[in-house]
Design a binder for this molecule. Structure first.
Ligand code: S3P
Length: 179
């Protein structure tokens, strides 16, 4: 139960499969706030899927669009729940804007748990191989750990927790740590 409102955004970060979109949608519903998923914003603006953008323009083109989507969401005067694509934290300016405008929650999970969650959706995730997703997620976790740590105000572990339990934990952190 959220007992104290904060005017700041709730920003969810973490690797692919961390549950950012599902948890974000549920948190938005509980808070009565709009939900913004930066991947979906980029897709709506370009009329292409994330995978198509990677194929047509490469990762750099995607990162540039993602940067704009993060900046626009963070600049919203209305408090939002924002789910950031897994690599958005790699850009220091993205990290700065997230932290300045929101409470940033890192949804963390073990590589095998992440791999189990993303496996049915591999076609949507151009950075993951069709087999061996676990190993690539473990490599990305190692590579990006410092960026997630640097961006996050708090961390919520999602291994062995139901959606409801994760949503409760995130909303508790939002009250405890408004900035
Ligand atoms: C990416 C994560 C994806 C998407 C793109 C790149 C990444 O978002 O932005 O495929 O670099 O980790 P999700 O984390 O929502 O799957």
């Amino acid at each position: 139960m959220v007992t104290r409102e904060t005017a700041r955004h709730l920003v969810l970060i973490g690797l692919m499969g961390a549950g950012k979109s599902t948890v974000g949608g549920a948190c938005a519903q509980r808070l009565g706030r709009p939900f913004v998923d930066t991947d979906r914003v980029v897709e709506a603006i370009t009329g292409q899927t994330v995978a198509e953008i990677f194929t047509n323009g490469g990762e750099a083109a995607f990162r540039s669009l993602e940067h704009q989507a993060v900046a626009d969401a963070c600049a919203s005067p209305e408090p939002l729940v924002i789910s950031c694509g897994g690599g958005a934290v790699l850009d220091p300016e993205n990290r700065r804007q997230m932290r300045a405008s929101g409470t940033v929650v890192w949804l963390r999970a073990a590589p095998q748990v992440l791999a189990d969650r993303v496996n049915p959706n591999l076609a949507d995730r151009p950075l993951l191989p069709s087999s061996g997703a676990r190993d690539e997620l473990a490599r990305l976790a190692e590579l990006r750990g410092a960026a997630y740590e640097g961006a996050a105000h708090v961390t919520v572990d999602t291994d062995d927790r139901s959606l409801e339990e994760v949503v409760d934990a995130v909303l508790e952190e939002l009250v405890r740590c408004p900035s």
